[in-house]
Design a protein around this ligand. Structure first.
Ligand code: PMP
Length: 409
């Protein structure tokens, strides 16, 4: 059997532990600002109306069955998923420089990309270290470590401004050995809510090109961040236009509200060259082998829902409307929380609450303040002071503002 020195007890995942503590709290005032899942103004999960319609279509489809998907996943989804990222008139797509594989949501996409790079990013003399932003989605560390790739971090968040540490980031990417793998959040950076501006993205692209770095994009919030699918794809499209060879992990968990259905895709984009289509075909063949050995073929339900919406112009328009509903409510909560704190004269500056974007805000609250909010006010957030904006609503935002006011004084 496995003694503890061989299999030590692992700590519980902090986020899922927080969720358990919240559930067990009997207080009627409790507020869950932990996990990153959208909630409506009644703190309830929201099944997107367009997803309900797609589900209805699926249930009435006499051809629908429970057969296996192909190894690469649902063909009707893959092309539209790539269009969504790169734009329907993308030269990379037209030149057959893109190959896509359906994955177990965004996590599975990051994993498949990590596995592919661990196996094949072995070019003589080129660095294999993956640079992650500090901080980043905690799972990035585990995923890349699990496949045996060395990881390092680059500065990202400035504690002073609660915005981007752009100089620190650039200095670190410049100092990294040429050809390093750089993980970038395409939009709505988790956990900080801080994104580079378009100008800053241009500088990052220029620097990475000069250093021959390899971009690994993680996009889990397209459309959910600004409410505009194209705007949230700015960085991806910029890097693709700049001719980078790159990979993208795409999640449909947040923007379709399909969390537990595990719908997502991994995409490889080759640089433009006379051999790029042939390279892409070879990459696709290896991705298929990796996929086969890991999951054989991906799950079908969420992929069908997303595919129905993405392939129907009327449903697509309705989806965009649903995205504006979610992002609009979150932006509204950002404004209300900031206004609440400013009205109370809470010490400190609170502009970062509205400057940040997406599901999360890095509040700047200390661990001691976070723990006090939990014990005294039944408000749950991760220890780093990150709050999930979707946990706020018109009924609890004033309560949260006044509790924060009390703990920071
Ligand atoms: N990347 C980032 C940055 C995320 O925030 C998330 C969701 N928390 C994911 C990937 C993947 O999530 P999922 O596997 O549910 O699609």
């Amino acid at each position: 059997s496995f003694p503890p020195e061989v299999v030590p007890q692992a700590p519980e995942d902090p986020l899922f532990g927080l969720m358990r503590a919240y559930k067990a709290d009997p207080s009627p005032n409790k507020v869950d600002l932990g996990i990153g899942a959208y909630r409506d103004d009644n703190a309830k999960p929201w099944v997107l109306p367009v997803v309900k319609k797609a589900d209805e279509i699926l249930r009435n489809d006499p051809e629908a069955n429970h057969e296996y998907l192909p190894i690469a996943g649902l063909a009707a989804l893959l092309g539209r998923a790539a269009d969504l990222l790169l734009g329907p008139s993308s030269p990379a797509i037209a030149e057959k420089r893109v190959t896509s594989v359906q994955t177990i949501s965004g996590t599975g996409a990051v994993h498949l990309g990590a596995l592919f790079l661990a196996r094949f990013y072995q070019i003589q003399g080129v660095n294999r270290t993956v640079y992650l932003s500090n901080p980043t989605w905690a799972n990035h560390h585990q995923i890349f470590t699990n496949v045996g790739l060395p990881i390092a971090t680059y500065p990202y968040f400035s504690k002073e401004t609660r915005g981007l540490d752009f100089e620190g980031m650039k200095a670190s990417l410049s100092a990294a050995p040429d050809g390093s793998i750089i993980l970038l959040h395409a939009c709505a950076h988790n956990p900080t809510g801080v994104d580079p501006t378009p100008e800053q993205w241009r500088d990052i692209a220029a620097l990475m090109k000069a250093k021959k770095h390899f971009p690994f994009f993680d996009t889990a919030y397209q459309g959910f961040a600004s409410g505009d699918l194209d705007r949230d794809a700015f960085a991806l499209r910029l890097f693709a236009e700049e001719g980078f060879e790159l990979v993208i992990a795409q999640s449909f968990a947040k923007n379709f509200g399909l969390y537990g259905e595990r719908a997502g895709c991994f995409h490889y984009v080759a640089s433009p060259s006379p051999t790029s289509a042939e390279t892409t075909t070879r990459v696709a063949s290896q991705l298929a082998i990796l996929q086969r050995s890991e999951i054989s073929n991906p799950p079908i339900y969420g992929a069908r829902i997303a595919s129905i919406v993405l392939n129907d112009p009327a449903l697509f328009a309705e989806w965009q409307d649903n995205l504006r509903t979610m992002s609009g409510r979150i932006q509204d909560m950002r404004a209300k929380l900031r206004a609440g704190l400013e009205a109370l004269g809470t010490p400190g500056r609170w502009n970062h609450i509205t400057d940040q974007i997406g599901m999360f805000s890095f509040t700047g609250l200390s661990e001691a303040q976070v723990l006090k909010l939990r014990s005294d006010y039944h408000i749950y957030m991760t220890k780093n002071g990150r709050i999930s904006m979707a946990g706020l609503n018109s009924k609890n935002v004033d309560y949260v503002a006044s509790a924060v006011d009390k703990v920071v004084r």
